[in-house]
Write a protein that binds this ligand. Structure first.
Ligand code: PEP
Ligand code: MG
Length: 868
């Protein structure tokens, strides 16, 4: 295998192999942009190293060859005493994992080459010693595993309140000595002086950082596969810390918060890259670079335009200016908020850069779902205490907490918290995940908190400099004498950047109002409207709703449902009516049973009338009752206690006997669905009659009758015959079909289709039975361990397991259609509203997906994306 690629050899399509950073550095190199020369070690080498615990054979030789070539082109050798080549060693996986893995800068410095570097920089001793101390600090922390605070504390002691730029060469030289002392104390060895040894160790440290706890946590959060590995980029150093004519910055080609075009970025004079992200000193807005260095500024703007036109998308970049010369260190298609994603997609269409088809593929159902979150009520009384930067939109309310541990602790108890920090660093990840929102007093829109929050779709206000945050004291103060202690409730608005004391009420988002029928007014809603229309035009899958009352049905229609795919009739018997079902199930004889059925029938009929009215001439799939008995019978423990304490009536005693008789160890695998219909005479017939009578009352109604939980065609035949007779007698036309939610039904679909005019996959039960996972229990008991072990990346109850459950779906679809070519096929498990599962349904040739009303826009969009 070839493990090393020069920047001139790669391109942006090689992200699997070169990681995102490496692939894009290569792309920029080939575009002729000023990228410092270098090369990339592949993710394949990383995977080998992580699996075998050793670098793959031949890697050292390949790296040496590329390093030689690099040295030749630069005219100096790595670590050369009188004129050293220095390199950075930077991680870069296929998917960006901001700040989660390691990077080491200034490799190649030692006690000799530091003088060479100073000489080459025109006698700039300060710069050389600053670079050297940075190397020992980063190398010590990331490669040698020394506690970073030891270095920070030594630096702070030396600064004694001054800025790091105030330190002079002599002081930095002394700092290097104390850093070397720290390394010796902590590891028992001297800091490695050999430049090639430094580089080799740094490469392995970057590989190892793939499995750092925070990286693992981030991947799980972002659903990034655990087995990809990271590439390593070795790049000749350029220096932003040479003095006032140097610096480093980050920028976006347009606003990642709103999508608006303009100049968005932060710049830090006389600094190296890490300083910007870490928020060590406050950055200045990128616009001010124009005043400092107009030539570099103009060049940067023109490069940004080149990149946008080339990638045809928002890009974010990292750059460094070394004594007036601009260098590009990174670019990628940038993360953005959900709102920006929709705006940018349509803007790029209007600029002629992409087509509407592409625009639809540029946004996701998850982003749309985020736009449907509620926002703060503009009319509510609120007490605003400060304003920061609107880093990641949304409305979050919760108790203020000041540490990640505390955030996780309270969240585990079910409390909503807002994580308040001066700035966040990658170690705060667990707290950021646990919190409803994140508030920081320092750092710009490119700070760690902002980048990570945007990626997670979590509300974030950052850089609220009016706040004085005391994390140790678990308190912050705001102007006007406001003090907020841990546990006090605050509300933060990630769209406006405002911070409020107390709980602010939330209202529906503008996007939800649009789906409810409001005219699109603001530009975000207009963008959503355009994209939804195009997705609807492109999709082949129908979208239906799971709804069992007229209100949900009506909302589903407003949200674009083309029918009801699952009306769960047992849901009509919860609440007051539960008693009637209980009476039915426990009925002692035919007479009691008939009485219970007679009581239920008119209620059922009026339920169906309401739903048919809401749905007009759209099809309505009504599933006959499927009550897992444990959800409907009285609690056995409560009854037993009553009997034992002598409080029970005769009726209670009879009830207890009946409940005991019907008690099941595995109710989900017990007397439910079609089984109940076959065991309780008259139950299904009553429901079918109610459906037929309701349909006669509502002109245009299109009922479809669905039999649940069959495993064999014979079950279906028994029910079908009776149902068909009732329909015929009433003169009502209705399809009769079945759910496919047991593995046996799926595997015998060819037979089942003889008796079914449609199939609907109940993937909740199908998943439960295919995996043998109790859908009520396992997510709470052992799924977190399974996720940790990587047995699956996401719960199979959330995203359809293509390999197992998906195969059952595919087999049943194919064999069902072989029997009955016009068999209509849908899915109505929770997966019907899950983006990845919608794509699966499209690929497998289903006719429609059915999901809860609020997921319908997501399903429409994803069905459109799947078709493009
Ligand atoms: C299913 O099993 O996927 C389904 C839709 O039915 P229920 O969730 O009601 O069991
Ligand atoms: Mg089911």
């Amino acid at each position: 295998a070839k493990y090393v690629y020069d920047f001139t050899e790669g391109n942006r399509n090689l992200k699997d192999l070169l990681g995102g950073k490496g692939a894009n550095l290569a792309e920029m190199t080939n575009l002729g942009l000023p990228v410092p020369p270098g090369f990339t070690i592949t993710t394949e080498a990383c995977r080998h190293y992580l699996a075998e615990g050793a670098l793959p054979e031949g890697l050292d030789r390949e790296v040496e060859e590329h390093l030689r070539a690099l040295e030749e082109s630069m005219g100096k050798r790595l670590g050369q005493a009188d004129d050293p080549l220095l390199v950075s060693v930077r991680s870069g996986a296929k998917f960006s994992m901001p700040g989660m893995m390691e990077t080491v800068l200034n490799i190649g410095l030692n006690d000799e080459s530091v003088h060479g570097l100073a000489k080459q920089a025109g006698g700039n001793d300060r710069f050389a010693w600053d670079s050297y101390r940075r190397l020992i600090q980063m190398f010590g922390k990331t490669v040698l595993g020394i506690d970073g605070d030891l270095f920070e504390d030594a630096l702070d002691a030396l600064k004694d309140g001054r800025q790091d730029t105030d330190l002079d060469a002599g002081e930095l030289q002394r700092l290097v000595e104390s850093y070397k002392g720290i390394v010796r104390d902590q590891t028992g060895d001297d800091f490695p002086a050999d430049a090639r040894e430094q580089m080799r160790m740094a490469v392995m440290a970057v590989f190892d950082s793939w499995n750092a706890p925070r990286a693992i946590l981030y991947r799980r959060q972002e659903r990034i596969p655990a087995d990809l590995g990271t590439a390593v980029n070795i790049c000749s150093m350029v220096f932003g810390n040479c003095g006032g004519d140097s610096g480093t910055g980050v920028a976006f080609t347009r606003d990642p918060g709103s999508g608006r075009q303009g100049i968005y970025g932060d710049y830090l004079q006389n600094a190296q890259g890490e300083d910007v992200v870490a928020g060590i000193r406050n950055t200045i807005p990128l616009q001010e670079l124009e005043r400092l260095d107009k030539r570099s500024y103009d060049e940067l703007l023109s490069i940004m335009e080149t990149l946008e036109n080339h990638y045809r998308d928002l890009c974010d970049i990292e750059f460094t200016i070394e004594r007036g010369k601009l260098w590009m260190l990174q670019t990628r298609v940038g993360k953005r908020t959900a709102g920006a994603a929709f705006r940018i997609a349509t803007q790029l269409v209007d600029q002629g850069l992409i087509t509407m088809d592409e625009a639809v593929t540029r946004v996701t159902g998850d982003q749309l779902a985020r736009l449907m979150f509620p926002r703060f009520d503009a009319g509510a009384d609120k007490r605003r205490i400060a304003k920061g930067m609107n880093a990641s939109p949304g409305a979050a309310v919760g108790k203020a907490v000041f540490s990640s541990e505390r955030a996780a602790e309270l969240a585990a108890r079910g409390e909503d918290v807002i994580l308040v920090r001066r700035e966040t660093n990658p170690d705060d990840l667990s707290g950021m995940i646990a919190a409803r929102g994140i508030l920081t007093s320092r750092g710009g829109k490119t700070s760690h908190a902002a980048v990570v929050a945007r990626g997670m779709g979590k509300t974030c206000v950052c850089g609220a400099e009016e706040l004085d945050v005391d994390t140790a004291g678990r308190t912050f103060s705001a102007p006007g004498g406001v003090v907020v202690n841990e546990g006090d409730v605050i509300s933060i608005d990630g769209t406006s950047g405002e911070i409020f004391l107390g709980e602010v009420p939330v209202v529906a988002s503008a996007v939800v109002e649009y789906f409810e029928g409001a005219e699109p007014e603001d530009d975000l809603v207009k963008a959503v409207d355009r994209i939804m229309r195009h997705a609807d035009g492109a999709r082949r899958l129908g979208v239906r709703a799971n709804a069992d009352n007229p209100e949900d049905a009506a909302r589903a229609v407003r949200f674009g449902a083309e029918g009801i795919g699952l009306c769960r009739t047992e849901h009509m018997f919860l609440g007051d009516r539960r008693q009637l079902v209980e009476d039915l199930v426990l009925a002692a004889g035919a007479e009691d049973r008939q009485a219970a059925l007679d009581a239920l029938e008119p209620l059922q009929k009026s339920d169906f009338v309401g739903i048919f009215q809401a749905m007009g001439d759209r099809p309505v799939t009504i599933r006959l009752i499927d009550p897992p008995l444990h959800e409907f019978l009285p609690d056995i423990v409560g009854l037993s206690v009553k009997v034992a304490t002598g409080e029970a009536t005769d009726k209670d005693r009879a009830l207890l006997a009946a409940v005991k008789r019907l008690h099941e160890q595995n109710p989900m695998l017990g007397l439910r669905g079609v089984r109940l219909g076959l065991v309780i005479p008259g139950l299904f017939a009553m429901q079918v009659r109610a459906i037929a009578q309701a349909a006669k009352e509502v002109p245009g109604a299109r009922p479809e009758i669905m039999i649940p939980l069959i495993a064999a065609v014979q079950e279906l035949e028994c029910v079908r015959e009776e149902a068909a007779a009732i329909l015929a007698e009433a003169g009502v036309d209705a399809l009769i079909g079945t759910m496919v939610e047991t593995p046996r039904a799926a595997l015998t679909a060819g037979q089942v289709a003889e008796a079914a005019e449609f199939f609907s996959f109940g993937t909740n039960d199908l998943t439960q039975m295919a995996w043998g996972f109790s859908r009520d229990d396992v997510e709470a008991s052992f799924f977190s361990r399974y996720l940790e072990l990587g047995i699956f990346g996401v719960s199979p109850f959330e995203t359809l397991d293509r390999e197992g459950v998906g195969r059952l779906v595919a087999i049943a679809t194919e064999e069902g259609r072989a029997t009955r070519p016009d068999l209509k096929i849908g899915i109505c498990g929770e997966h019907g509203g899950d983006p990845d599962s919608v794509h699966f349904c499209h690929d497998t040739g289903l006719d429609y997906v059915s999901c809860s009303p609020f997921r319908i826009p997501v399903a429409r969009l994803e069905a459109g994306r799947a078709a493009l």
